[in-house]
Ligand binder design. Structure first.
Ligand code: F6P
Length: 327
């Protein structure tokens, strides 16, 4: 029989994302509601290895639902990916009597949780906290909606300048391995082209389309590029285009980390609250070693062992929409 979870540790790991605080708040308050003790683990897995673990009360999470970043801080902890690091982490959890863990982070953080939960008798629940939306088994990740809206607001502003000067702008958004921010922000701002890591960048097609638009005197063009796109991002794409079309006035804008910060959108606060609540329920109902997602507006639980093998795919339908609407 599974042991009852009475003391939960919660941590945020990997890149921060807006809504992580709302998720922490939901975990702390749901845990306390059910009579559990809740501990905040600082700086992701590093706090587990270094025993930086603090007791949390309901008031520890007051006034944070609207704040970006994470009150628990975050890191990418190399030590946790060694057997010695994980053993030390386990011993530190035991010192506090922690017998359940909730990990808010992206796919790298889930990989850590999967290994740890296979090695030790502490059940782990993942919450998808990443702006990249690159985790299969959920329609939403905490932070994506805010990040993509930040990108849309910035690209709309750039379009004003592009329009005033008849320029081609190449705008880089985040996404080392995933093109969702580029895809959604590009479609929402009417970008002429969207380049993502999941698809080959066919530069000849881009040049052909730009030449054709020049003939039609359509001189305002926006190309949205994910940082992990085949050529290596906006600067690299711009070099090739300038060489092939020297008459084009090309400007590059890299949006960078402004996409990671800021007050979470209503949507991110809602999904973080809902997922955080269900993460604690999972621990109580012995639904262990899963990550909590939302699919078709219903809770969806994917075993961590499966989650680490899958990636969120981008459908051909989206690519067709981009092509037709930007012509
Ligand atoms: O994981 C989210 C993400 O924003 C990626 O899209 C990006 O490549 C990466 O984080 C950058 O992270 P950092 O600057 O923290 O190393």
């Amino acid at each position: 029989m599974e042991k009852k979870v009475t003391k939960i540790g919660v941590l945020t790991s990997g890149g921060d994302s807006p809504g992580m605080n709302a998720a922490i708040r939901a975990v702390v308050r749901t845990g306390i509601y059910h009579g559990m003790e809740v501990y905040g683990i600082m700086r992701g897995y590093s706090g587990m290895v270094e025993n930086e673990i603090v007791r949390m009360e309901s008031k520890s999470v007051a006034n944070i639902i609207q704040r970006g970043g994470t009150i628990l801080k975050t890191s990418r902890c190399k030590e946790f990916f060694t057997p010695e690091g994980r053993k030390t982490a386990y011993e530190n959890l035991k010192k506090h009597g922690i017998n359940g863990l909730i990990i808010i982070g992206g796919d790298g953080s889930f990989r850590g949780a999967q290994i740890f939960s296979n090695e030790f008798d502490i059940p782990c629940i993942g919450l998808p906290g990443t702006i990249d939306k690159d985790i299969a088994g959920t329609d939403f990740t905490i932070g994506f909606d805010t990040a993509v809206n930040t990108a849309v607001e910035a690209i709309d502003k750039i379009r004003d300048t592009a329009d005033a000067h008849d320029r081609l702008f190449i705008i880089e958004v985040m996404g080392r391995d995933a093109g969702y921010i580029a895809l959604h922000s590009g479609i929402a701002t009417g970008a002429e082209n969207i380049l993502i890591p999941e698809r080959k960048t066919i530069i000849d097609d881009i040049i052909k389309a730009l030449e054709e638009k020049e003939r039609r005197h359509k001189l305002v063009n926006l190309i949205v590029v994910a940082e992990g796109e085949e050529f290596g991002g906006a600067d690299e794409v711009a070099k090739v285009i300038k060489k092939r079309l020297p008459q084009q006035e090309v400007r590059v804008c890299i949006l960078g980390h402004i996409q990671r910060g800021g007050s979470p959108s209503c949507m991110d606060r809602l999904i973080a609250s809902r997922m955080g609540y269900h993460a604690v329920e999972c621990l109580m109902e012995n639904r262990h070693n899963v990550f909590v997602g939302i699919v078709n507006n219903k809770m969806n639980y994917t075993p961590l062992n499966e989650a680490v093998k899958k990636k969120q795919r981008i459908s051909e339908e989206w690519m067709t929409v981009v092509k037709i609407l930007s012509s």
